[in-house]
Design a protein around this ligand. Structure first.
Ligand SMILES: O=C[C@H](O)COP(=O)(O)O
Length: 252
């Protein structure tokens, strides 16, 4: 596969600065053995400290959300310009927790994607269906509609500008991982959609991750699927050894 695997740790609302630095002390020596790319996405308050510590390590850093405007009267928000100053390589956009609890919509996802690209911050765009939608057989229509709306009016030239993460909502934090073949079916359809919307080259180059209860015990089977290019890992990225065993899945 020509696409470099990406393992992104989404720490959600976990780890203050001291805990972030403690994690990195343990994780950085191990991470040297990983052949894929690693990105850590701590809370905003730990971004700068993490970025300073990660300098020269080759590890990437990402934020978990951002506003689409450069600046303004948006109390409590963080702008792409502020993330660029850290500097963040990635930003997670449209995570289902933001869609569920913080009124994120396909429209705001689209605005944020455009804004992240303007600032050359790579968006990790999250899509995924609920259990109810899956049971009604709506998985592909829901996910592909989220993809189309996220990309409305978005210029993509070679596919390296963004990353997708397919995260079935029912698999997040539940211990219920999707069957690798089911994840492959959705991710394969997403890739096909990219070739319809853009080009075969964009479709081939775009990395598409799986997320939802990824663990050292299931990563190998997921990565064996042809279209799965890595993982967006929540709970299992909070422990240095566990996250290392996921990212280094191909070494044991
Ligand atoms: O962003 C990560 C996903 O929400 C997955 O979380 P999880 O690995 O704890 O299931």
């Amino acid at each position: 596969m020509s696409r470099t695997p990406l393992f992104a740790g989404n720490w959600k609302m976990h780890k203050n600065v001291a805990e972030t630095l403690e994690f990195l002390e343990a994780f950085l020596p191990m991470a040297k053995n990983v052949s894929g790319e690693i990105a850590l996405c701590p809370p905003f308050t730990s971004l700068w400290a993490a970025a300073e510590r990660l300098k020269g390590s080759g590890l990437k850093i990402g934020a978990q959300n951002m506003h689409w405007e450069d600046k303004g009267a948006f109390t409590g928000e963080i702008s792409p310009a502020m993330l660029k100053e850290i500097p963040c390589d990635y930003v997670i956009i449209g995570h289902s927790e933001r869609r569920q609890h913080f009124a994120e919509t396909d429209e705001t996802v689209n605005r944020k994607v455009k804004s992240a690209l303007k600032y050359a911050i790579t968006p990790i765009i999250c899509v995924g269906e609920s259990l109810e939608q899956r049971e009604k057989g709506q998985t592909l229509s829901v996910v592909l509609s989220q993809v189309e709306k996220a990309l409305e009016g978005v210029d993509i030239h070679d596919g390296n500008e963004l990353v997708f993460a397919y995260e079935p909502i029912w698999a997040i934090g539940t211990g219920k991982v999707a069957m690798p073949s089911d994840a492959q079916e959705v991710i394969g359809a997403l890739r096909k959609k990219l070739s319809e919307l853009y080009s075969v080259q964009v479709s081939k180059n775009t990395r598409i991750l799986y997320g939802g209860s990824v663990k050292p015990e299931n990563i190998r089977d997921l990565m064996a699927e042809p279209d799965i290019d890595g993982a967006l890992v929540g709970g299992a990225s909070l422990d240095a050894d566990t996250f290392y065993r996921i990212a280094a899945y191909d070494q044991s």
